[in-house]
Design a binder for this molecule. Structure first.
Ligand code: NAD
Length: 502
């Protein structure tokens, strides 16, 4: 039977979306809307406003007023802690509805929502983690360097109005990674969800009001990069841009931020390697690498280890296990608990991924499995079969560019030096995996890899550890104290206690 999402939409009670400006939910100024099509069927699911330049201006002005005059940046630690702790509880209580809305947004199966990194629980834990800094991350006092009795001290103050821009693939975690530290630090926010995952994010924002966040502290502008995102990143009253998304848009944001010297935090893409040594547990390594590019998001995950570098002695075994894992993937209705993997987010991404697969074959890689769009009952959706390429040269396009689809490229290596050289031979540096039973090899290689997060014999997202990229994978880190501090300015105050000093 041909797949349809319309009954799920009605059961979940999805309503058309609105903008949130200064506590008021409303349509866009010119009435323009975006129609969301479900990636598993391309059916129309609902609409939300396309915020105009004037709507974005109203949202930024509201956030500015809330920052300059409102109670939130001036609230006590206990006031802020109370609101944000209540919010974490509300997230946990509403997790099922949030997961259902996300399945209607981006087609990620409910079965995947039980995995911690994709769950609402991880978002609640990230909020808890950053809420914990509110009464701990203060300034310092310093002993005087010169003669005389005087005080030299620093204060941490909220950075101001934050433009938070989300991608569509992991909105729970990324919403929390941005709004958790921003709100804990006392900032105000204009949030732009991705046009491909808006409905679940609107629910996340509704819960902020329920938790007691004052009007104007978080405003939401919905719509695509042009005009909505552009109006936000070029607005002179925005102090900081916190962005997760593609490298192309990241570059545009760095350019746009220069005019008023906005602070920027960037979490961009990756082409992360899994480095597999001959003494590794090969079934674990192959299942993790192939699972990361297929299960749940069908490889549409920045941290996917989409490039496996495998020692020649265990190469054939690795390929055989990875092929077996690919064969387990199931597709279809994301509300069906037996479905393990999602469609690609839109037809443009479908075309891109199929184009990379064609390029891989043209450049001489061996297609072991997949490579095709699914047809039959799933023919209206953007499904691509699990795809495995062997005999890949690290210079091939499929080994260098982020495909963001269910494609694993397996490159052979001979010794550790070659493995490290190949692993680092990319413009990205988001993550990596090292697979070996030898602890010294594991740590030695982890130290030599130029990437922000290294998993040894596995990879597990943690809400309190720094996460981000070397090289072109980003600027700054999310998670941990440094992420909280990235939403603050550091002020130094000097006060002579005796005669005036210079
Ligand atoms: P994208 O860059 O196309 O879009 C991201 C967001 O930017 C969306 O909200 C989009 O509307 C907005 N946008 C687009 N053009 C804009 C402009 N000119 N000005 C302002 N905003 C604009 O990315 P995507 O397809 O949503 O997500 C996939 C990308 O995100 C991949 O490259 C992936 O690796 C990356 N990603 C990175 C991380 C990480 O933590 N490093 C996490 C998830 C996704």
């Amino acid at each position: 039977m041909t797949l349809s999402m319309l009954a799920h939409r009605d059961e979940v009670g999805l309503k058309d979306g609105l903008l949130l400006v200064d506590g008021q939910w409303r349509a866009s100024g010119d009435g323009a809307t975006w129609t969301h099509r479900h990636p598993a069927t391309n059916e129309e699911i609902g609409t939300f406003p396309v915020a105009t330049v004037q709507d974005v201006d109203a949202a930024v002005q509201a956030a500015r007023r809330a920052f300059d005059e409102g109670p939130w940046p001036r609230s006590t630690a206990s006031e802020r802690i109370r609101v944000l702790r209540k919010y974490s509880d509300l997230l946990r209580e509403n997790s099922q509805q949030l997961l259902s809305l996300l399945a209607l947004d981006n087609g990620v199966p409910l079965s995947f929502g039980n995995i911690y990194a994709a769950s609402v629980t991880v978002a609640a834990d990230v909020f808890d983690h950053h809420t914990g800094w509110i009464d701990k991350a203060g300034g310092e006092t310093f002993p005087p360097y010169q003669g005389g009795d005087h005080l030299a001290m620093t204060f941490r103050e909220p950075v101001g109005v934050v433009a938070a821009i989300l991608p569509w693939n992991a909105p729970f975690l990324l919403f929390a990674q941005k709004l958790g530290p921003a709100l804990a630090a006392g900032c105000t926010v204009v949030l732009k969800p991705s046009e491909y995952a808006t409905f679940a994010v609107l629910k996340l924002v509704e819960l902020l009001t329920e938790a007691g966040l004052p009007d104007g502290v978080v405003n939401v502008v919905t719509g695509p990069g042009d005009p909505t995102g552009e109006a936000l990143i070029t607005h002179p009253m925005v102090d900081k841009i916190s962005f997760t998304g593609s490298r192309v848009v990241g570059r545009r944001i760095v350019e746009a931020s220069a005019g008023t010297m906005k602070r920027v935090s960037m979490e961009l893409g990756g082409k992360s390697p899994a480095v597999v040594f001959p003494d590794a547990e090969i079934p674990l390594a192959a299942a993790t690498a192939m699972g990361m590019v297929t299960m749940g998001l069908s490889g549409q995950a920045c941290i996917a280890q989409s490039r496996a570098l495998v020692h020649r002695d265990v190469y054939d075994e690795f390929i055989a296990v990875a092929q077996g894992v690919g064969g387990y993937m199931t597709y279809g209705d994301p509300f069906d608990p037996g479905v393990l993997a999602s469609p690609l987010i839109n037809e443009r991404q479908l075309g891109r991924v199929l184009g990379y697969i064609e390029k891989g074959q043209e450049e001489g890689a061996r297609l072991v499995m997949g490579g095709n769009r699914l047809d039959g009952d799933y023919g209206n959706g953007n499904f691509v079969a699990p795809t495995l390429f062997a005999d890949v040269d690290n210079q091939m396009t499929i080994a260098q560019e982020e495909i963001f689809g269910p494609v694993l490229a397996v490159v052979p290596f001979t010794d550790e030096d070659e493995a490290v050289r190949l692993a680092n031979d990319t413009e990205y540096g988001l993550g990596a995996g090292v697979y070996t039973k030898d602890a010294k090899t594991a740590f030695r290689v982890a130290k030599r890899l130029r990437a922000g997060t290294i998993g040894i014999n596995g990879f597990q997202v943690e809400p309190h550890t720094p996460f981000g990229g070397y090289k072109q994978s980003g600027i700054g880190r999310e998670g941990g104290r440094s992420a909280y501090e990235a939403y603050t300015e550091l002020k130094t105050v000097l006060m002579p206690l005796t005669e005036a000093m210079m």
